[in-house]
Ligand binder design. Structure first.
Ligand code: BEZ
Length: 219
């Protein structure tokens, strides 16, 4: 079974564009986003890496470290970074993991265990399953896994929206409804009895007994 919500994010040591890292040490007590790419110099991924650089302040604000991965040596990432800056206006301002021996991609179950050989002989399509987004909590547990097709650029604003929901629901016994955005009403968690809810929230709107709507609690 693939890695899923609640699993511990596999730890690893790897070369990145910012030197060698041990992943769990690098995360420290922060939240993290690991997003992966099949090969360097691929068009959709070029746009994604540039966009992530442009919205990194949004991740910083939320206490989230971001890190990319691509199945090429870290030295190639440095050359790709120049193209990303030239074409997207922002070079990666976060580390990009080199994974030429597929160690990290395999640990995160994005490639089968029997993949081997020269990574530069593989086409991006050979690695098309290496297009995931993992959100990792300060407890090192996986909180979200998104798997994208190679022809669809990722919506990283959605990743920020999920992080807002995860951080809110980690601190308050609420859940967030469809299309929720920061500041919208929320739903009292099903695990909270009406008596407990009265103590915590006072009153709520209730179109059905199992849907209890309250304003978003402040942080
Ligand atoms: C890309 O455009 O980023 C891409 C192309 C082929 C395979 C994977 C990614």
């Amino acid at each position: 079974m693939a890695l899923t919500i609640g699993d511990t994010a596999p730890d690893f040591t790897a070369q990145t564009t910012e030197g060698e890292i041990s992943f769990h040490d690098w995360l420290g007590d922060s939240w993290g986003v690991l997003f992966s790419h099949p090969r360097d110099f691929t068009p959709v991924c070029t746009t994604e890496l540039g966009y992530m650089a442009s919205i990194k302040p949004e991740f910083d604000k939320r206490g989230v470290k971001i890190i990319g991965l691509s199945i090429d040596p870290a030295e190639n990432h440095e050359k790709w970074a120049k193209d990303i800056e030239e074409t997207q206006g922002t070079a990666p301002n976060y580390p990009l993991i080199g994974d030429p021996d597929f160690t990290v991609a395999k640990a995160y179950e994005m490639l089968p265990a029997d993949v081997s050989g020269d990574p530069t002989e593989r086409t991006p399509a050979d690695n098309q399953t290496v297009r995931n987004v993992f959100v990792i909590g300060p407890d090192k547990k996986i909180k979200l896994v998104l798997v994208y097709p190679m022809t669809t650029g990722r919506n990283f604003d959605e990743v920020l929206r999920v992080i807002d929901s995860l951080q809110l629901t980690a601190n308050h016994k609420v859940a967030t409804p469809a299309q929720w955005q920061q500041g919208d009403d929320v739903i009292i968690a099903g695990s909270v009895s009406d008596d407990q809810a009265k103590e915590t929230f006072g009153e709520w709107e209730s179109p059905k007994p199992y849907i209890r709507i309250v304003p978003q609690p402040s942080k």
